[in-house]
Design a protein around this ligand. Structure first.
Ligand SMILES: [Zn+2]
Length: 301
């Protein structure tokens, strides 16, 4: 069994047991509403611990603490900082101490910080009003960030034209006079008649909105809105599939890199009357020929 899978199987059995004996202690500690958790930076799993020092000393024989065992058995609760530094360093764990409005995270080195986003999402901590205190225990450097920095996706620019997209999305089943104007900020690698090259006309976005299932936001679990599709150039020699979605609730954007064949995606997900007329070859417009069934065996199924 690999080290990683043994860690995982240990956690599966340990989390339930740990939670059951720690929970009453957390509930009883009304004067001190801090709850502590360890996060395994290798697997992303996290579990509650009533008192992290006692838990570490009591579980020194468990596989998850194997890398620290030799030293742990020589320590006791009289030196709590040494115990925490030891397990955070050797076992690649993060200690998370959560209290109302504030979370303290202990990690070792810049590379030793795990992905905190799933934990913060589950505990509703990725908010502006929550203060996240990151303590890098190798050099004992503390930085403070708002919880919203730990949302999934990219933060939208403050002047991002949200209202224009939202208005058009609500009217995606209607035809409007300005549907053949370009949606701001789009970048497709294609061109349509009468529309600035590389930008996407609203009519094509509306078609995609009607025909595709929106991705769910990783933060809010709500449907997002597609704001870009295409195959733009990146530098002189590379093109890349660019599919972007934004969430109206948390105002984050997400890139979807699952589309491998953009021309096929276009003919499958856009009405034929809004297919691009050209593709961009650097800054030149070249007539675009949609793939036919012969080109793509997947279109025949
Ligand atoms: Zn969201």
């Amino acid at each position: 069994m690999s080290n990683q899978s043994s860690r995982r199987s240990f956690l599966k059995t340990a989390v339930g047991a740990v939670a059951s004996f720690c929970l009453p202690r957390v509930l009883l500690a009304r004067g001190s509403p801090t709850s502590s958790w360890f996060l395994d930076t290798l697997t992303g799993e996290f579990w509650p611990v009533g008192d992290p020092v006692s838990w570490s000393l009591a579980n020194a024989q468990k596989p998850i603490l194997a890398c620290a065992r030799e030293r742990l058995v020589t320590l006791d609760a009289a030196d709590p900082q040494r115990v925490i530094r030891l397990v955070v360093r050797r076992c690649k764990l993060n200690l998370i101490e959560s209290s109302p409005g504030r979370v303290v995270v202990h990690h070792w080195g810049q590379q030793g910080r795990g992905d905190l986003r799933p934990f913060f999402k589950q505990h509703d901590l990725a908010q502006k009003k929550v203060e996240i205190v990151l303590i890098e225990r190798k050099r004992e450097i503390t930085t403070i960030q708002p919880g919203e920095d730990f949302l999934f996706g990219e933060r939208l620019h403050p002047f991002w034209p949200w209202k224009a997209f939202w208005k058009k999305w609500q009217r995606r089943h209607q035809e409007e006079r300005d549907d053949w104007t370009e949606a701001p900020g789009t970048l497709s690698g294609y061109a349509w008649d009468g529309v600035e090259p590389n930008l996407i006309p609203w009519s094509a976005l509306k078609s995609a909105w009607r025909r595709t299932t929106p991705l769910l936001c990783l933060n809010c679990d709500q449907p997002t809105i597609m704001t870009n599709f295409g195959f733009p150039w990146h530098g002189m020699f590379n093109r890349y599939a660019r599919f972007v979605y934004v969430c109206r609730q948390c105002r984050r954007s997400f890139e979807d890199d699952s589309v491998k064949d953009v021309p096929e995606w276009l003919v499958m997900n856009l009405d034929a009357e809004v297919w691009p007329k050209f593709e961009m070859v650097w800054d030149r417009k070249v007539k675009w020929t949609p793939p036919t069934k012969d080109d793509s065996p997947r279109l025949t199924s």
